[in-house]
Design a protein around this ligand. Structure first.
Ligand code: URA
Length: 246
């Protein structure tokens, strides 16, 4: 693992902050000054200002994000952040982002490798959204959403879309473009009144209250890993959250 990632996982700083510490010559690896391209293994002795650092355990957290909370680490407008909500010993950061008004499933972790894989569209992790639309979408609108609509940053990939009731629909996408679901609804002449993410791959909220969080079960972490594994027989990222049990 690269030294900056190792320092981030040890809870010392963000990766960028770690780069600054390395450049300032404050980090040693086995007694030698660390470099930006230094790789660190399990048995290496890493020190900051001469103090031995212990590697931090991997942490994976599922937060029920409430409305009005931003997904960035710091907000210029001073709004609360998801990182404020999750008071964890480990420095966990969100995987992807939800708009401030969006509620629901948000994964936070210090497992940079897994986070990086989950964010990659090739693994096709299902993101399941319950959408309350301003007006009742027609069947033709639902078909257009399924087939893909044109957005200013390109067409959307095919989606699974079904009506839940009246003006409430469920949209399942693999992409994670900025404000994607809101823009998809705008592309068919509608508007999102409320957006809730009910599933992320195999993860669902269960009884978790808005603002509450829990550690993932080992089996949940393993499932996410198996979904993002590159072997030919790997399980594809089609978690069935929102489509029955499991
Ligand atoms: N799509 C959106 O438009 N907003 C979100 O927060 C997530 C997906």
């Amino acid at each position: 693992m690269r030294l900056n990632a190792w320092l981030a996982r040890a809870g010392v700083a963000s990766r960028r902050g770690a780069d600054e510490l390395i450049k300032a010559g404050r980090v040693t690896v086995n007694g030698e000054p660390g470099q930006l391209n230094t790789f660190v293994g399990a048995s290496d002795d890493v020190r900051l200002d001469g103090r031995l650092l212990a590697k931090q355990q991997l942490a994976h957290v599922l937060l029920h994000k409430p409305a009005g909370v931003v997904t960035t680490a710091r907000d210029p407008q001073g709004r609360p952040t998801v990182v404020d909500l999750v008071q964890h010993d480990a420095r966990v950061v969100p995987v992807g982002r939800l708009d401030a008004d969006t509620t629901g499933v948000l994964l936070l972790t210090n497992d940079g490798d897994l986070a990086h894989r989950l964010a990659h569209p090739r693994y096709e992790i299902d993101k399941v959204y319950e959408v309350e639309c301003r007006t009742r979408p027609s069947e033709a609108d639902l078909r257009r959403l399924r087939d893909g609509v044109e957005l200013d940053d390109g067409p959307t990939r095919p989606a699974r879309v079904r009506r839940l009731a009246g003006n409430r629909i469920e949209v399942v996408i693999h992409e994670g473009r900025n404000r994607q679901v809101r823009r998809m609804l705008e592309a068919v002449g509608n508007r999102v009144e409320h957006l809730h993410r009910s599933g992320y791959g195999p993860l669902a909220l269960g009884g978790l209250e808005p603002g509450a969080w829990r550690e993932l079960e080992t089996a949940e972490v393993e499932r996410l890993r198996s979904m993002t594994r590159d072997s030919p027989g790997r399980a594809r990222g089609r978690g069935r959250a929102g489509y029955g049990p499991g």
